[in-house]
Structure formats: structure tokens, C-alpha cells
Write a protein of this length. Structure first.
Length: 261
């Protein structure tokens, strides 16, 4: 019999950006045997659940409501809002409010998490208190500032941050224009590796690469070997957190030490 990627150990549902291919590709690359990945696509602006005026709770966009109704019938182990920007722009308290909002739509027994929750859990599990934050080139200044603030609000003292330079071809475009012009499908991981290795501060105790659409898992192991510290990515952190939350203890080689914890 041939492998059919059936999720007999766990099935995970991902809410991802409507026009991105990276999250599914990276999850499938890393997922251990017996784990399947199922995506629902979202076209709304971040954050994908809007704060109400009193900021006590959040209201999901229509794409999430529709996706939850579909996911609810798929016997999923966990569902993740696989969107760094939503967590970062939502700010402190947004992740927990988002989980509370989506749980009733998914039914009993399904774990709900967010990329913010996942990356913070991954940093703590890796013993990091002073990470170096790496951000994709399409994050504008507001999102970069929100990212730095988010991790500070969650107890981390950043050793510094880097917004990746995508190269001469893209340098004259504003961050908000990059994806629309095709930068998301022309990502190169070798220059990213070189920039992170050159810029990582000596006092950083880990590297965190934010952005689920930011192609990077292929360089995590090499960066860890060269920098001698944990290197965590958005998709890697969410897969790890979903696996462990669902009781799957499989170790995955080749994509950083986190997936061997």
C-alpha cells in the first residue's frame, strides 16, 4: 500500500492567507507520518477577528466563521489561526480572545490556538528570554513595531530585530506592494540565511522568524548549527505546538531543535 497522507494520528486545520502557498508547503514538509494538514483561506485584513469597541472580546470575520463550520465536521485535533500579523496587530489579549470566540464554532474536543500563542510557547520551551526577531519584507513599519511590542508585552526582551531585505529587484517597492507583485512566490532562503547569520546579535539566546508566509524552514537546521542557539519559525512553532497539544510526541529531524523537544 502507498502512503496517502491520511491523518490517523492527528489532523490539523490551518487558517491561512488566501493567496499564499508557503504555510501548507512548510507544514507538509515537516509533518510526521500519520499527521495531515487542511487549510481554510482567509481574505480579510489583519487581525482576522476584530476587537469590539470595549476590547473585551473579538468578532471573527466571515471567512473564519465559514471555515470553522467546515472544520467542525472534519474531526480535527487542532485548529490554528496561522497568521502572525493577526496576533501581532491584535496585541496583548487578542490570542486568548480569539480562542474563546472560535471554540464554540468548532465543537468539543478541538484544540484552538494562534501563531502568537505558538511562538511564545516555543520560545519558552527553548529557554529563550532574549530572542532576535526576524520579520518578512512585506511587514510595514506599523506591523514591525507591533511585532516588537507584542513579544515585549509577552515577557521577552528582544535582542534586536531585522526586516529582511528581499534584494535589488524588490527594494524600490513599498512593503505593501511586494506580495501583489509576486515577491511571495519568488522567495529565496539562501540570502535570508546570510542576513540572519550576519545580523544576529551575540547576546541573543534564540532567533524567531515571524510570518507564516515567510519561506524559511529549509534553513532552520543550518542556522542552528552555525549560530549555536535555537532558531524558531512561525510555521515550525505552530506545528510543534499542535503536535504536542494533540498528544503526538513524534520527533522530526531536519527542521530545528524545537521539533525534537
Amino acid at each position: 500500500m502507498s502512503n496517502d497522507n491520511w491523518g490517523w494520528r492527528a489532523r490539523f486545520g490551518l487558517f491561512i492567507v488566501g493567496n499564499e502557498a508557503v504555510p501548507e508547503a512548510e507544514w507538509w514538509a515537516m509533518a510526521p507520518s500519520g499527521v495531515s494538514v487542511h487549510a481554510a483561506r482567509v481574505t480579510a485584513r489583519a487581525p482576522w477577528l476584530r476587537w469590539r469597541d470595549d476590547r473585551r472580546d473579538v468578532e471573527p470575520e466571515d471567512d473564519l466563521v465559514r471555515g470553522c463550520r467546515q472544520f467542525a465536521n472534519m474531526r480535527l485535533s487542532a485548529v490554528v489561526i496561522a497568521h502572525s500579523s493577526s496576533s501581532l496587530l491584535g496585541g496583548k489579549g487578542w490570542d486568548e480572545a480569539a480562542v474563546v470566540s472560535l471554540l464554540p464554532l468548532l465543537g468539543d474536543g478541538t484544540i484552538v490556538t494562534t501563531n502568537g500563542i505558538d511562538t511564545c510557547a516555543a520560545l519558552r520551551a527553548s529557554g529563550s528570554k532574549r530572542p532576535f526577531l526576524v520579520l518578512p519584507p512585506w511587514f510595514n513599519d506599523e506591523t514591525v513595531a507591533a511585532g516588537c511590542r507584542y513579544y515585549a508585552d509577552h515577557g521577552f526582551t528582544l535582542a534586536g530585530h531585522l526586516r529582511y531585505d528581499p534584494g535589488r529587484k524588490w527594494r524600490d517597492l513599498a512593503p505593501g506592494e511586494l506580495v501583489g507583485q509576486g515577491a511571495g512566490f519568488e522567495q529565496e532562503i539562501e540570502p535570508l540565511y546570510a542576513q540572519i547569520r550576519a545580523a544576529c546579535p551575540a547576546d541573543a539566546d534564540a532567533v524567531l522568524i515571524a510570518g507564516t508566509g515567510f519561506r524559511c524552514v529549509g534553513i532552520l537546521e543550518a542556522l542552528e548549527q552555525d549560530l549555536k542557539r535555537p532558531v524558531i519559525s512561525a510555521n515550525q512553532a505552530s506545528l510543534w505546538h499542535c503536535l504536542r497539544s494533540a498528544g503526538v510526541q513524534a520527533k522530526v529531524d531536519g527542521y530545528g531543535s524545537l521539533l525534537r523537544l
